[in-house]
Design a protein around this ligand. Structure first.
Ligand SMILES: CCCCCCCCCCC/C=C/C(=O)SCCNC(=O)CCNC(=O)[C@H](O)C(C)(C)COP(=O)(O)OP(=O)(O)OC[C@H]1O[C@@H](n2cnc3c(N)ncnc32)[C@H](O)[C@@H]1OP(=O)(O)O
Length: 392
């Protein structure tokens, strides 16, 4: 078993800064023993952890060397062996500082970090000890607080329809959430809708390769997108704040819990759109709610109320809209305090034996949809929506 400090270092420090992660941690652990004059030094080290961009190995070596010199004085370690390249580079950088006084090394470290912070973009939204907010997303708001990473669909004026950028951003946010410190991850919507499903304007931008190429790329994107939900390792919870349509409904079968406002509705109008089910719903829905009930939704496009979706097992619990946010977040905060590894392992044991099957279903659904997107039935439905002749 690795020493506790090292395991903590691996967990707390950005991987891009691994070269310097261990000394940074050591200083954290020794914090209480530091003199007030070291406050700037400590702040500088916190600042290093907030750098969004990797400053490069040369700078990381300089930081490492200055840190060692500032805290331990001149290098008196034996030179690492010729094949131990990383430690040899670190040793070389430290050794090159010769007899530089500790105070000067500390000052140089602070100056170097300060110059990096102004030249490299730093994640200024991350304030130590407070919530982390992730900007840089065009279509999402991602926050991390109280052990919960919240991914909020953020195109309220379009009823949170999923455009191509949003598919990519959700995948990115899920991958980040799977590796962050949070215990659980939540998907929700901003505004009055949870999501109106696939953005139908996704069908309009036809590449030089024509509609066939568009459909092929769409199927590849969809398969990868749904795959991220199948493989997500932590408890994944949907907070369905309003109506949900299409893919935002089908994916719910891959969530670990679904909490809904009584204002929410669940609608999968695939036949109306000349399309077919995705999100593994052709497999999960019949299992969750019986084949006949799944057929009503997925084939005949029956829209369910939140109460009906709960009775069918698709929704875990329904709350009055007036108290929805308060009640749900209170509950989620309590869940997020549970031991994260136990939750992760329990999810794994519930879900893992289905994973292979789900990936196979996903692949088949995407392949069928690829054909559907080229059909007249689908084209006509999309044209109809875009020309505003009909709404669902
Ligand atoms: C070859 C293709 C490659 C694609 C790339 C990959 C795709 C993967 C695809 C996965 C398969 C997914 C399938 C589905 O999700 S099917 C479901 C699709 N969704 C719909 O059909 C809903 C359509 N929208 C509506 O029926 C209504 O808008 C709605 C009932 C949701 C709300 O009606 P309301 O009257 O309250 O509000 P508005 O219609 O005025 O909407 C406000 C604005 O939002 C725009 N909007 C809403 N939903 C969508 C949407 N799904 N796509 C695009 N735009 C949407 C609406 O147009 C309004 O915009 P404007 O204010 O600019 O007019």
């Amino acid at each position: 078993m690795a020493p506790l400090a090292w395991r903590l270092a691996q967990r707390w420090c950005p991987s891009s800064l691994q070269v310097i992660s261990f000394p940074v941690l050591q200083l954290h652990l020794n914090r209480t023993a530091m003199r007030a004059s070291q406050k700037d030094f400590e702040n500088a080290m916190n600042q290093v952890k907030l750098l969004k961009k990797d400053p490069g190995n040369e700078v990381k070596l300089k930081l490492y060397a200055l840190y060692k010199q500032a805290t331990e004085g001149p290098c008196n370690m034996p030179k690492p062996g010729v094949f131990d390249l990383i430690n040899k580079a670190k040793w070389g950088a430290w050794n090159a500082l010769g007899s530089l006084p500790k105070e000067t090394a500390r000052q140089n470290y602070v100056d170097l970090v300060s110059s990096l912070s102004s030249s490299l973009e730093s994640s200024s939204q991350v304030e130590p000890g407070t919530d982390r907010k992730s900007t840089g997303y065009e279509t999402l708001m991602v926050t991390s607080e109280d052990g919960i990473t919240k991914i909020m669909l953020n195109r309220p004026t379009k009823k949170n329809a999923l455009n191509v950028e949003m598919y990519h951003e959700i995948m990115h946010a899920l991958k980040a959430a799977s590796k962050d410190d949070s215990a659980i991850t939540v998907l929700t919507g901003n505004g009055d809708y949870y999501s109106s499903g696939n953005d139908l304007t996704n069908f309009t931008d036809i590449p030089p390769g024509g509609v066939e190429e568009k459909a092929k790329n769409g199927a590849i994107l969809l398969r990868e997108f749904v795959g991220c939900f199948i493989d997500f390792p932590k408890p994944l919870i949907a907070v369905v704040n309003g109506p949900a349509v299409g893919i935002s409904v089908t994916l719910l079968g891959l969530f670990d819990a679904v909490y809904a406002s009584d204002r929410a509705t669940f609608h999968t109008p695939f036949s109306h759109l000349g399309q077919s089910p995705e999100g593994c719903s052709s497999y999960t829905f019949p299992k969750i709610m019986s084949p006949a009930k799944a057929t009503e939704m997925l084939v005949f496009g029956k829209k369910l109320t939140a109460g009906e979706a709960c009775a069918q097992g698709l929704v875990t619990e329904v709350f009055p809209d007036s108290t929805f946010q308060k009640e749900v977040w209170t509950r989620l905060k309590a869940f997020a305090k549970l031991p994260p590894n136990a939750m992760r392992i329990s999810k794994e044991i519930i879900r893992n034996r289905e994973k292979e099957k789900l990936h196979a279903v996903n692949a088949e659904e995407c392949s069928v949809l690829q054909g559907r997107w080229l059909s007249d039935e689908c084209m006509n439905a999309v044209v109809s929506f875009l020309s505003r002749k009909s709404k669902l």
